[in-house]
Design a protein around this ligand. Structure first.
Ligand SMILES: [Mn+2]
Length: 252
């Protein structure tokens, strides 16, 4: 895709809407909508790279309550002809055609390659990539198993949603705050993953979320890894202006 002069590509992730309560989440949702308003003024394309919701499960005929402002804004931007690409995160992987049908927004479950103005990008949420984390990788297999998903789907939503809510809270408690700082090149698993990919494929930019920590790291002389941070603590995003990629912080 060619990005014309004056146009930009935006990347952002990890809003975790729904967390920790309705009022706090709504204030955050409104802020993200204001950001999207600003971005859509000069966006050629917008990437939302996972964990938009703290929990999302699409039943066959029903979707979770709430989130009308951000969904409305995404629909409006998409209808205006600005493509939005969505990547599921580990908190909202249970998507099943709603974004595609309702908003014409494609949903990706794996990292994807893009080329903008001859720069190569690898974009994905980032969960389950790189070395280690075998516990999560095993859970992810269960979460993505069609039989398990169907069984969850036939539970009454009041039960399903409360199981999900408590496991989402537990997964955060388990992560804690110990990873709230840069762990060094050897221990940042998405840096290790990027290096592994570079052995066979070249990318100028690796763009991931999931880490909840804005990171801009030069992996090799020619390749950078950018972590998008989150919209809970940082209000961080990345923007590509056709030549350069920058990690930025939204300030009102
Ligand atoms: Mn997240």
């Amino acid at each position: 895709m060619h990005i014309p002069p004056g146009k930009k590509v935006y990347f952002l992730s990890d809003f975790h809407l729904g967390l920790p309560d309705h009022g706090t989440s709504l204030a955050r949702e409104k802020k993200i909508v204001r950001f999207l308003n600003m971005a859509s003024a000069d966006a050629a394309m917008i990437f939302i790279v996972g964990d938009l919701f703290d929990f999302w499960y699409e039943y066959r005929k029903v979707v979770p309550k709430g989130f009308v402002r951000i969904l409305g804004k995404m629909a409006e931007i998409s209808d205006a002809g600005i493509p939005i690409h969505f990547f599921v995160g580990n908190h909202d992987m249970w998507m099943n055609g709603y974004f595609e049908q309702e908003m014409n927004i494609p949903v990706f479950h794996e990292p994807q390659s893009y080329e903008f103005n001859s720069k190569k990008f690898l974009v994905g949420h980032g969960d389950g990539l790189g070395p280690g984390d075998h516990g999560y990788k095993f859970l992810k297999k269960i979460f993505r198993n069609p039989v398990c998903q169907t069984l969850f789907g036939i539970l009454p939503p009041v039960i399903g949603m409360s199981i999900a809510r408590s496991s989402s809270v537990k997964s955060r408690a388990a992560t804690g705050v110990k990873d709230d700082r840069f762990l060094g090149e050897e221990n940042e698993w998405l840096i290790q993953y990027s290096k592994e990919v570079l052995k066979t494929d070249f990318y100028d930019y690796f763009i991931f979320g999931h880490r909840h920590l804005p990171i801009d790291f030069q992996v090799t002389e020619k390749s950078r890894y950018v972590n998008l941070g989150d919209w809970i603590q940082y209000d961080s995003y990345a923007v590509f202006d056709g030549q350069l990629l920058e990690l930025k912080y939204y300030k009102e």
